[in-house]
Design a protein around this ligand. Structure first.
Ligand SMILES: Nc1nc2c(c(=O)[nH]1)N[C@H]1C(S)=C(S)[C@@H](COP(=O)(O)OP(=O)(O)OC[C@H]3O[C@@H](n4cnc5c(=O)[nH]c(N)nc54)[C@H](O)[C@@H]3O)O[C@H]1N2
Ligand SMILES: Nc1nc2c(c(=O)[nH]1)N[C@H]1C(S)=C(S)[C@@H](COP(=O)(O)OP(=O)(O)OC[C@H]3O[C@@H](n4cnc5c(=O)[nH]c(N)nc54)[C@H](O)[C@@H]3O)O[C@H]1N2
Ligand code: SF4
Ligand SMILES: [Mo]
Length: 772
């Protein structure tokens, strides 16, 4: 991959005095899944420049404008530096002691009076990027003991996790396209050139896609919009929003129909092939084509190419996930790859092997407990728990509906559901009805403005960093750790300590609990788990006393990381103290340690009870009944005459979900919150390019600027999510200047994929009206 580093506004090195005062620090970017290595130039405690770290073993110098904006984020005067506590209805700055005292005064009595489920937790997207949050959140959830746990996963990737779990035995056993060795890549419902990849940690993806084509490979994109990724492709297929299940069934049916099923090396590991054949039999390409808008001969041609190309992969993401058929889509995509022999094969889809924290790497190889869902259900809708979570689309009704188990208190952790979840306006009203709300956030924003106490996170540059989640989805195995770049105010506790203190309060230990003791208990717990995993794996036992002493130089998440590295596949426990990975050894190499290209991991990775790949999980096969039912009606472009258009989303390189809109370097440039409309539809509605229009769904109306664009298909309109920064009580001065509108006011929390609970966020039925 060729490094691509935009020229930063660098320091003047010709001036000796200035050059002497400068230092550089390596830092992994925590903002998106690409996990780029950045090189920061610092003068004292001031960030002077941000560049891509060209010798980074993983990202080789790539970065995007958001990485550069870490400087803006650090300096943003609106970023919270002290806690806020509501007094007489107003959120005012408070000391940490005052904030903890207020939480201790209000939270435990609510638990005592109304039960553990009365406190709900919402964890947002940045949790998966911060080791201090991700590694300590389980301790908080255990202390709270609530079933009402929600996260951004049910606005996003829960279908894929569920399918991973059912087929391979672990939620996070997620195969990623082995892009650098791939010759044919079908991208469905993803726009990695703008998003920088998802469940696929692949920095510099644009150059890697270009390289694929340069070596004679083919890139195909299935998307209702001709995206930045589609613009690079050999072929763009404009699928009708929400109809991928038909397209995928048409492809899979063709594999059986034309005798193209070749599972190859994995055939003996697979279980359920005949059940799949029977299940897809009613869905031939010719019958599916009119429903998805892609001709049958194209579907057949694609299926043949996939089967005939030795190094090929189908990659599906967001667009296929946030649909009513999200889990079916994830399953069918996996089947296409498996049945053509492209899983666990170089150039196809491969399973990363993370150096630390990967559950599919620990314990007995090749077999496990598998997953279960539905251990409990949401109180109002009866939605099943999946991966310990309830659907975020259920949160509003859980707060609003009286009765035993009603949610009366809420903790949001790096989450902004007022903008990112369905029915934002309703959620905001519901939050005002809570007895207590606590937000851990960087900002006073659309969600945290409802809180009674807001606890600020430190600037990311003040935390150490290891990607707990994304090393598990990376295109190459590697180990990189960044120590804190800048010193934090000692009075400002890191988030892991905030979570531990909160856990202590929830357990009745009060606000003055001994955090060091809780931290020690956390490490002891992890040590016991590591011991149990080693025993289950039958590997040489772990000497707990020696390990405890070895990791003792670290505290908090770093200690857990050192332990996980030592006990991981490249760790000192397996490879000896002299050669194995330890945090010290990783930290000594700021540009990272390359652990090589992805290597085959089946059957070792499997954690299903029978040690096989479950091709036909019964719940997924049964869910095809919904598709059969839909196929019983005539295919139409529009289901609803009053809402003839379909609304889809859009990501922009300079934006990140519902935040970062307050950072000057990202906020400049053209308005990003525009509604793209095909010129034919715009003319029909009498809407000029640049005009304002009313975007209507039921009784919800958004007034939006129109942007004519033939990148969207006729009948499709496209608006980014995460906007709507004009709500009173937020403190986001720059974002408020061009607030945009909240797309998710048009989403409906009841519209979900029934198996995973994932929200439907694409293909929303809407109409356009002129502003009069
Ligand atoms: N219509 C529509 N809706 C969508 C999507 C879509 O494509 N279309 N995408 C969905 C997806 S994929 C996701 S993941 C969700 C994301 O939705 P959320 O999980 O709500 O995440 P963000 O919108 O990124 O908001 C992150 C919040 O965390 C705060 N924050 C940032 N960094 C930190 C930190 O280090 N510590 C703390 N404590 N707080 C921090 C930010 O200020 C912000 O309040 O949105 C979903 N919503
Ligand atoms: N710059 C930037 N980067 C980000 C984020 C961000 O907000 N901004 N968010 C981060 C997060 S949390 C995530 S989860 C990832 C997501 O990363 P991706 O999965 O790449 O998500 P999107 O970029 O939203 O791409 C989804 C694509 O699906 C298309 N689509 C919509 N409906 C349908 C449909 O019915 N069928 C098909 N086939 N396609 C459809 C959309 O037009 C869009 O091009 O990005 C991450 N990276
Ligand atoms: S691509 Fe993602 S990880 Fe890389 S600099 Fe941009 S935001 Fe950071
Ligand atoms: Mo996401």
């Amino acid at each position: 991959m060729a490094p691509r580093t935009p020229p930063p506004a660098g320091p003047d090195r010709s001036h000796p005095a200035e050059a002497a005062a400068l230092r550089t620090a390596h830092r992994i970017c925590p903002l998106c899944e690409a996990c780029c290595g950045l090189s920061l130039t610092l003068e004292g405690e001031r960030v002077v420049a941000v560049r891509g770290q060209s010798d980074d073993v993983f990202s080789a110098g790539y970065l995007c404008p958001k990485g550069v904006a870490l400087k803006d984020l650090h300096e943003d005067p609106d970023r919270l530096r002290t806690p806020l506590v509501r007094r007489d209805g107003v959120l005012a700055p408070a000391t940490w002691d005052e904030a903890w005292a207020e939480i201790a005064r209000r939270l435990p009595p609510l638990q005592a009076a109304h039960g553990r489920d009365a406190v709900a937790v919402v964890a947002g997207n940045p949790v998966s990027h911060k080791m201090g949050l991700l590694l300590v959140l389980p301790a908080l959830l255990k202390a709270l003991g609530t079933r009402n746990f929600f996260s951004a996963s049910t606005l996003d990737q829960m279908p894929r996790q569920l399918v991973n779990g059912w087929m391979y035995g672990h939620w996070l056993s997620n195969a990623v396209p082995d892009i650098d060795r791939c010759d044919w890549l079908l991208v469905i419902g993803a726009n990695p050139v703008a998003s920088n990849g998802s469940l696929w940690t692949v920095p510099g993806v644009r150059d890697r896609l270009r390289a694929l084509r340069r070596r004679g490979g083919q890139l195909l994109v299935v998307d209702p919009r001709r995206t930045e990724t589609a613009a690079l492709a050999d072929e763009h297929l404009a699928v009708r929003p929400g109809t991928d299940v038909f397209l995928l069934l048409g492809l899979l049916h063709t594999l059986f129909d034309e005798d193209l099923v070749r599972p190859g090396r994995l055939a003996d590991l697979m279980q359920g092939l005949e059940a799949v054949r029977a299940a897809v039999a009613p869905f031939p390409a010719e019958r599916m084509a009119p429903r998805c808008g892609v001709p049958a001969d194209t579907l057949r041609r694609l299926a043949r190419s996939l089967a005939a190309t030795p190094r090929a992969a189908v990659y599906g993401r967001m667009g296929t996930s946030v649909q009513a058929y999200g889990s079916l889509c994830a399953w069918l995509i996996e089947l296409l790859n498996l049945l053509t022999g492209h899983v666990d094969a170089p150039g196809g889809l491969m399973f990363p092997q993370a150096a630390a924290f990967a559950a599919n790497t620990t314990g007995a190889p090749g077999r496990g407990r598998g997953i279960v869902t539905g251990r409990h259900r949401s109180r109002v809708a009866g939605a099943p728990e999946v991966f310990g979570e309830l659907p975020l689309g259920c949160l509003a009704e859980e707060i609003e509906t009286p009765g035993t188990g009603q949610v009366r208190a809420l903790v949001t952790i790096a989450a902004n559901p007022v903008l990112s979840a369905p029915e934002g306006e309703r959620l905001a009203r519901a939050f005002d009805g809570l007895d207590f709300m606590l937000s851990l956030d960087l900002y006073l924003n659309e969600t945290s403005r409802h809180a009674d106490v807001v606890l600020p996170a430190r600037s990311p540059l003040e935390d150490g960093h290891w990607d707990v989640a994304f090393t598990q989805f990376s295109v190459r195995n590697h180990a990189r750790y960044s120590p804190p770049v800048l010193a934090a105010d000692p009075a400002h506790p890191p988030e892991w300590q905030q979570l531990l203190r909160l856990a202590a309060i929830a357990q009745g230990q009060g606000a003055a609990a001994d955090i060091d003791a809780l931290d020690d208990a956390l490490a002891e717990h992890a040590l016991r788990q590591a011991q149990a995993a080693a025993e289950a794996a039958g590997t040489p036992g772990i000497d707990a006393a020696a390990l405890r002493a070895a990791i003792g130089r670290w505290r908090g998440p770093e200690r857990l990381l050192d332990l996980a590295l030592r006990c991981g596949p490249w760790g000192a426990a397996a490879r000896g103290e002299a050669d194995g990975l330890t945090l010290e050894r990783v930290a000594a190499r700021p540009a990272g340690i390359d652990l090589g290209p992805l290597a085959p991991r089946l059957p070792e990775l499997l954690r299903t009870p029978d040690g096989r790949i479950a091709l036909a999980p019964p719940a997924l096969v049964a869910d095809l009944a919904r598709v059969a039912q839909a196929c019983a009606t005539e295919p139409t472009d529009t289901a609803d005459a009053t809402h003839p258009l379909r609304l889809i989303g859009r990501r922009d390189l300079r934006s990140n979900n519902s935040w970062m809109h307050n950072l000057p370097t990202l906020a400049k440039g053209p308005d990003r919150c525009t509604l793209q409309v095909h010129p034919d539809d715009a003319r029909r509605a009498g809407l000029a390019d640049g005009a304002r229009a009313r975007l209507v769904r039921g009784d919800q109306v958004l007034e939006v600027p129109i942007e004519w664009s033939d990148a969207v298909s006729p009948g499709v309109v496209c608006l980014p999510h995460g906007w709507g920064h004009d709500l009173p009580g937020s403190r986001l001065a720059i974002a408020a200047q061009r607030p945009g509108v909240n797309l998710n006011r048009l989403a409906d929390g009841r519209e979900r994929d029934p198996l995973s609970g994932n929200a439907v966020l694409t293909g929303l039925p809407v109409r356009l009206e002129r502003v009069v």
